[in-house]
Design a protein around this ligand. Structure first.
Ligand code: DGL
Length: 269
């Protein structure tokens, strides 16, 4: 057993989709979460800036003695995560690989839809991973840049009119393409899964990238005998208002956010 905490980060609230799954499957793990809410969204930024932010986020998490980093951010996972893995002497996992593996297992008609931030879609990382595993699959993709700001502003209810209008415009072409599986390639998107499901139709399997990565991480920990069964403490850090984060996080996690939320200063500038 390794009692050191797991570190999880995202640009904001999205990584909570991974935390929710971790809490379910690894209830004894201590988790340290960092949401870079002062600099969200990452998805419209250059690769250099995304890498710089990701390095700073990991450096903050590593100021604690953590055993594993989960980059619960599709944008970071698709923009240079290999370099970041090489720079760290503890395991670092992103969300793209796990999401793709889950999607190719789920599809029946080999038509997979992908939604993500502009930087994730531009990177071509999901496309390459799908091609590697299943060259017979067709990928239909769409960048959805307005979803992250909507989620961060708490516009997550299924009957939210603004969210609905935006989602209709983004998703209609993917629905019309007849995809039976959709990768939610940004970890913010499962927070609005009800709206997405309503537009795509019940028959479409939605792949939650953060949850898929959390499950693969649990397998890694099991293989190395590192699962902690005696903890369960969760601490949250953000780079902007702690109150705003807590409010939306509670709407999403449902049961209420257990553990403290603290604001910290992240930028090395
Ligand atoms: N949750 C992040 C992702 O998975 C959002 C990125 C952003 O801040 O634009 O891509």
């Amino acid at each position: 057993m390794d009692k050191r905490p797991i570190g999880v980060f995202d640009s904001g609230l999205g990584g909570l989709t991974a935390v929710r799954e971790l809490m379910r499957i690894l209830p004894g793990e201590d988790i340290i979460y960092f949401g870079d809410t002062g600099r969200v969204p990452y998805g419209g930024r250059s690769r250099e800036t995304i890498m710089k932010y990701a390095r700073e986020d990991i450096a903050f998490l590593r100021s604690f003695d953590i055993k594993y980093v989960l980059a619960a951010c599709g944008t970071v996972s698709t923009n240079g995560l290999g370099e970041i893995k090489a720079e760290n002497n503890i395991p670092v996992r992103g969300v793209a690989g796990a999401a793709v593996r889950a999607a190719v297992r789920a599809t029946r008609n080999n038509r997979i839809a992908l939604i993500g931030t502009a930087a994730s879609i531009r990177s071509g990382t999901y496309d390459r991973k799908i091609l590697d595993l299943r060259p017979d699959c067709e990928l239909y993709k769409k960048a959805c840049p307005l979803f992250v700001p909507l989620v961060e502003n708490g516009r997550i209810e299924k009957d939210d009119q603004v969210l609905r209008l935006v989602a209709e415009e983004y998703l209609a072409p993917l629905r019309d393409a007849g995809c039976d599986t959709m990768i939610l390639g940004c970890t913010h998107y499962p927070i609005i899964a009800d709206t997405i499901r309503d537009i795509m139709g019940e028959g479409v399997t939605l792949i939650d990238a953060g949850a898929a990565a959390a499950r693969e991480m649990a397998e890694d920990l099991a293989e190395t005998g590192s699962i902690n069964t005696e903890g369960g403490e969760h601490r949250y850090f953000v780079s902007d208002s702690a109150d705003g984060f807590r409010e939306t996080a509670e709407m999403f996690l449902g049961s209420g956010l257990k553990g403290e939320v603290r604001r910290i200063s992240i930028s090395g500038e």
